[in-house]
Design a protein around this ligand. Sequence first.
Ligand code: NDP
Ligand code: 8X3
Length: 250
Amino acid sequence: MKKIALITGATSGIGRATAHEFAKQGINLILCGRRQERLDTIKDALNKLTEVHTLNFDVRDKKAVFKAIESLPENFKNIDILINNAGNAHGLDPIQDGNTNDWDAMMDINVKGLLYVSKAIIPQMTKRQSGHVINIGSSAGKEVYPKGNVYCASKHAVLAITEGMRIDLNPFGIKVSAINPGLVETEFSQVRFKGETLADNVYKGYKALQPHDVAEVIYFAVSRPAHVNIADVLMFCTAQASSTIVKKEI
Ligand code: NDP
Ligand code: 8X3
């Protein structure tokens, strides 16, 4: 029987690339995001390869999260794979200059949103005693960098939640993985810098990870045999050695 994966943040970047990779591999998909037009376009493209259902909700909205998951049709209800990917950085400021709306966005989306979606789905996994949760963390969850303060805190929290999930879900045979990329060329920097030109320079002078590179690793994790769990992956592009060291051609 075909597996069912729910991917949050499927309208862009890593989530969209993962949807394409999973569709190629014949995994049925529940694609989530706030931009319905994009969800429709991706559904149209992937429907030829697999069955696709879309859900439009903001992960910050607890009620909307539960309503959306409850609304799933019978043939999409038993989710085998949850990819908690929705998230972004908002701003890059020293702590004393930080914008409290940015802080709220990062904690509400990256941390609380991930928790709400997990809470809406994990109980059916524990009931069936099977499932795989993959949380998209970041190198920022392992290393704090200048002006990264609250984004790094949100991703450190994702890592702690992932480890907590792995412990608590161990009796149920549920796999829990963290995939932690460094710099990936997506809309991430457009969101972080609110469309300012600063964003255009982030991926200049070196070859950053591409969303597909991360999607392949995510698929590798979900396609291991039943007894193998890829617990934690840190992946960088070759030019990147740490959050602050990136070899750029000038
Ligand atoms: P993108 O900006 O390209 O994609 C972000 C996705 O998250 C979009 O699909 C967006 O969908 C969704 N999203 C954002 N806010 C919300 C919300 N409130 N409710 C529902 N969905 C939301 O970025 P990436 O693909 O790069 O980021 C994906 C994940 O990877 C994030 O968790 C990010 O922190 C992490 N990451 C990114 C790295 C990078 O360098 N790019 C490196 C390491 C980790 P929509 O706007 O339609 O709702
Ligand atoms: C995204 C990578 O270095 O911008 O998580 O924090 S970084």
